[in-house]
Design a protein around this ligand. Structure first.
Ligand code: FES
Length: 381
């Protein structure tokens, strides 16, 4: 189905200040995870925002009311100015979280991040043993380096969350991943079943969890939440192709947070560039406050004027906002459609049938890479 929906002009919706900003500092990364949600067309180093532009973005974000900045990528540590960026975000008054694979992060750099005021680290885990982790990350020796970094983070006392992305190939490792989070001294673990955006969509047939795996993951998380109460917080993103209700994506389009892409485009969510009729302002060309309140892309799906049936008359429309706009684009060909992972969507049966078919195939992994498939050497930024 390829129904196109054009965003309408801004309308009277009460828009709060954003709470969080995802700063995608770079798309360069030593890993090549097939589950990556980065866009298929990655931004090259030459197009990345320079240090001063990021520092200005942090100041503008804090002024707008943003409380937390998540430094992400790609691998943010691929930027040599990362310590300066952490210090600048902290000086702006932001809570600074670093989302990293920790590959190439030395103890000396971690100490510098800590001294610069880093508040928190989210460490990605691709698997609970070298075989799985290195196969998924496409980087031999990555697991050992990550474990070393986890030990340093613990020694330095930097608050830690372990981020796991789980899929058909590694979901059986979930119980061990939870144990590892406790052993690492993490306060939280994010158990995210793969979401099919960007690169992940290309490997859907290889990554799609079975229904049994999706149900088992929910059971394991529920049991661990009881057992580890007061020890570890579990954040859980279930497998949405297998649930009856769609995800409350981004807490509503343009309502709680914003992303800045490596080249300075300001996005309502990390996958918004997959919606072809949207255009995005750049932080270097328009004040962030204007972009947030008046930007065309941010106003495209605020409120509910844009909704079609069955969302329009649904009791849940103010709770789940009709699900994910990017998923509606990917699966229905219309970003204003009901997210087809919702049981009320006319496409839901087809989505479930597709998921069932995906589970059967052996499906080769498509590793994330720049267009020419040349891996960018780590730490050259
Ligand atoms: Fe874009 Fe869900 S990822 S709205």
């Amino acid at each position: 189905m390829t129904v196109q929906h054009k965003p309408q002009a801004a309308r009277a919706v009460q828009v709060p200040a954003p709470m969080a900003m995802l700063a995608e500092l770079t798309h360069r990364c030593p890993l090549s995870c097939p589950y990556c949600s980065n866009p298929v067309e990655l931004t090259r180093k030459e197009a990345e925002l320079p240090t001063e532009a990021w520092l200005d973005a942090f100041r503008q974000a804090a002024d707008l009311g943003v409380l937390q900045v998540h430094l992400s990528g790609g691998e943010p540590a691929a930027r040599r100015d990362l310590t300066e960026l952490i210090a600048g975000a902290r000086d702006a008054g932001l809570y600074v979280n670093l989302i990293t694979s920790a590959i190439g992060v030395t103890r000396k750099r971690l100490e510098a991040f800590d001294a610069a005021g880093l508040d928190h680290i989210q460490l990605s885990l691709q698997g609970t043993n070298p075989e799985m982790a290195d196969m998924i990350g496409g980087y031999r020796g990555g697991y050992e380096r990550k474990m070393q970094a986890a030990a340093w983070i613990k020694e330095l006392g930097i608050p830690l969350t372990l981020n796991t992305v789980l899929h058909r190939k590694n979901l059986h490792q979930l119980p061990r991943a939870i144990d590892m989070a406790v052993e690492m001294g993490a306060r939280r673990i994010e158990v995210a079943i793969v979401q099919f955006h960007g690169w992940a969509l290309r490997s859907r047939a290889a990554l799609m969890p079975t229904l049994e795996q999706a149900e088992e993951a929910s059971r394991v998380v529920a049991e661990a939440r009881k057992r580890l109460k007061g020890v570890l917080v579990l954040d859980y993103v279930p497998a949405d192709y297998h649930t009856a209700t769609p995800k409350r994506c981004m807490g509503g389009w343009g309502m709680t947070g914003l992303n800045i892409a490596p080249d300075g485009q300001v996005l309502p969510c990390h996958a918004a560039q997959t919606i072809p009729h949207l255009t995005f302002d750049r932080i270097t060309e328009r004040p962030l406050r204007d972009i947030w309140y008046d930007g065309a892309a941010f106003n495209a799906y605020r409120g509910d004027d844009w909704m079609q049936e069955p969302c329009r008359s649904c009791d849940l429309k103010t709770k789940d906002f009709g699900g994910c706009r990017c998923q509606a684009m990917a699966l229905a060909g219309d970003a204003a459609a009901t997210d087809p992972t919702c049981a009320k969507s006319p496409l839901n049966a087809a989505v479930r049938a597709q998921a069932a078919e995906d589970q059967q195939g052996d499906g080769a992994l498509v590793y994330r890479a720049f267009e020419d498939a040349t891996k960018v050497p780590f730490g050259t930024g």
